[in-house]
Design a protein around this ligand. Structure first.
Ligand SMILES: [Zn+2]
Length: 630
């Protein structure tokens, strides 16, 4: 994901050099990666925090990233007394998210905090290049390299966005210092000396690739194979999505994908196959949750472990046995936030590389469902281990934990994923309101246009896209038609275009200066099985209601009522006509009144999303659901 930003900023930099002769970050040769992107993300120049998903992105901005005092996260870098903790990772994650948010809000107060923090962080760099939180004797042990990884990620995003040569130099020195250490102790010892079979250490591959892209130093790239994790490399060689600790494993996949994009196309190919197979096999919760506790879900079918007075509890065969009853009490049988974030990143990245819509839809599903459900909308804090069912356990805002800083990064990335260019044409991937600046190839050469998206999607499937160019031009505009709709119509200047689900609709015409596209897609209703193979094991098929990209859930604080709970954040509630077998929460309900899964649980209610034997009265999905207004 970062790789794109780096190349994009180079284009900006060249323009700057040509116009004002400013020499920012520069190196001799432009990189030409082995795998070109099919979809190149464009810049969101102004975010519009309206509609269900962008409202959450806005809450993350004001209540989390802007609210947070980075000095609190900087403290461990000042004192350098860590010998085993991982709390040094938080600052890099905050910097990365804050830079992204600044790019589409222009919030100067946030920028001032960022500048101050980055300057202070770089000032802690030691003579050998080290920036970190560990004592001299404990350096590079425990979570130190993991901390360095996130420090590099944050600083590189900053150097890139603001073309800051000093910060890039600091990153280069930090990278070289790390390489020197690995060469001194040998790569084998380095890999063996960290957590989760060494995967925590080797995941530094991801920012090492970005460092090469930003600075162009070949020796960084040449060093990278020394820190390939052999076990994870086996996943790649066999095109399988591995099991075990999934945050670190997926972090390694991100690095290998970036390395593959730069110089090893077969890595991209095999990861494309591995993740594609996982999507096909549905070995994760359809709401976008990929783990139980912090472990990958295997292909096992969920079994009913017990039923409580409140509803259902499902376990996932053997995987659940690792989770102690106490952990389950605290919600650790849910999926870890960091796992959700990296799964979303991987899928966005694969969409960019391949242009295949299934990856975009997997990532979009995470954003509208599991990711948003992790967030408590009133305070911007999070539930770390989010179970699709049960009561959500949101942390105190001051709690420090990996997910508290990973989840905000994911929200911050979303506006960068909405619009891009495909084969030189502007393309809309996600219907997120905002203003996007996209390069366009026309007969007269390359230029930039602005697309302004105005929509409440997916409350309705309607909206407008304002095409703003300085003068009339002929080019293609591509609009993604989701698989979850059966009808997609776009209208421009009285002419209608009909889209096909699962493809991009191409509108080819001469665009006038102020043309507007009106789109209207149907928000189809469907019953989605928890696992398609459920029946084979003689279990009841558990199903969830999906409307457009959103899964719906029952929340015990907004039961059989024609209104939303007072103070509820969100505008959606639906009356869902279903047949039931009299079990679970819905047994009390004549009709199920459902809210988006993302909104459910925000007022402490018990949440149910998958139901046994749920069917429609006439076995067919209703054409639409009755919306309950406030
Ligand atoms: Zn976490």
């Amino acid at each position: 994901m970062k790789g794109k930003q780096i190349r994009k900023s180079k284009v900006l930099q060249l323009i700057v050099i040509l116009i004002v002769g400013f020499a920012g970050i520069n190196h001799a040769a432009e990189l030409s990666p082995a795998v070109a992107d099919t979809f190149v993300p464009a810049r969101c120049v102004k975010a519009d925090f309206s509609g269900p998903l962008m409202t959450r992105v806005g809450i993350n901005y004001t209540e989390r990233i802007a609210w947070l005092d980075p000095d609190w996260l900087f403290e461990p870098f000042k004192s350098k007394e860590k010998t085993e903790k991982y709390d040094g990772e938080f600052l890099g994650k905050w910097i990365d998210a804050a830079v992204r948010i600044y790019s589409y809000t222009g919030d100067e107060q946030l920028r001032a905090k960022l500048d101050h923090t980055v300057r202070a962080l770089v000032a802690t760099q030691e003579d050998d290049g080290y920036i970190g939180t560990y004592t001299k004797s404990a350096r590079y042990t425990h979570w130190d390299v993991w901390t360095i990884k996130y420090t590099l990620i944050g600083l590189l995003t900053y150097a890139n966005e603001f073309q800051d040569k000093k910060v890039l130099d600091a990153c280069q020195r930090l990278g070289e210092c790390f390489i020197k250490h690995v060469q001194q102790i040998s790569p084998e010892v380095f890999i063996a000396s960290s957590f989760h079979g060494g995967m925590a250490n080797t995941s530094i591959l991801e920012p090492m690739c970005y460092l090469y892209e930003a600075g162009g130093d070949k020796k960084i790239l040449n060093f990278c194979p020394d820190i390939f994790h052999q076990d994870v490399l086996k996943d790649i060689q066999n095109s399988v999505f591995g099991v075990g600790k999934i945050y670190e494993r997926q972090s390694n996949y991100l690095g290998l994908l970036e390395y593959g994009r730069l110089t090893k196309p077969e890595f991209v190919e095999s990861l494309t196959k591995a993740i594609s197979d996982k999507i096909e096999a549905k070995t994760y919760y359809p709401v976008g949750a990929v783990s139980v506790g912090d472990r990958a879900i295997k292909g096992t079918m969920p079994v009913r472990k017990e039923s409580s007075g409140f509803g259902w509890t499902f376990g996932l065969g053997k995987e659940l046995e690792m989770v102690s009853p106490q952990e389950r009490f605290y919600g650790r049988d849910g999926s870890e936030g960091c796992d959700t974030v990296t799964w979303m990143q991987l899928n966005f990245e694969l969409f960019h590389l391949t242009g295949e819509i299934k990856f975009l839809e997997a990532a979009e599903c995470v954003a509208y469902n599991q990711l948003s459900a992790h967030q408590k909308p009133s305070t911007g804090t999070f539930d770390f281990f989010l179970s699709p069912h049960g009561v959500r356990t949101f942390a105190n805002r001051h709690t420090n934990y990996c997910c508290m800083h990973s989840l905000p990064r994911a929200f911050a990335m979303l506006p960068e994923m909405a619009v891009g260019s495909m084969k030189g044409s502007p393309a809309v991937a996600l219907y997120l309101p905002g203003t996007y600046r996209v390069p366009v190839k026309t007969a007269k050469g390359s230029k930039e246009i602005d697309l302004v998206i105005d929509t409440d999607f997916p409350v309705t499937g309607k909206g407008t896209i304002h095409v703003k160019a300085d003068k009339p031009n002929r080019f293609d505009l591509m609009l993604r038609v989701p698989n979850y709709t059966t009808s997609f119509i776009a209208k421009v200047a009285g002419k209608s275009y009909q889209g096909k689900p699962g493809e991009f609709l191409t509108i080819s015409r001469k665009w006038n200066k102020d043309d507007k596209v009106e789109f209207d897609m149907k928000m189809d209703i469907a019953l989605i099985p928890l696992y398609p193979t459920a029946k084979q094991n003689g279990r009841k098929v558990l199903r969830a209601v999906r409307r457009g990209p959103q899964f719906l859930a029952v929340d015990s604080t907004t039961p059989n009522k024609n209104k939303l709970y007072k103070g509820w954040i969100g505008t959606q509630k639906y009356k869902v006509p279903v047949d039931r077998d009299g079990e679970g929460v819905v047994m009390y309900l004549k009709d199920a009144f459902m809210v988006p899964y993302a909104d459910a649980g925000q007022t402490g209610g018990y949440v149910e999303v998958f139901f046994p034997s749920m069917e429609w009265d006439d076995k067919k999905a209703p054409a639409s659901l009755e919306a309950i207004s406030r």
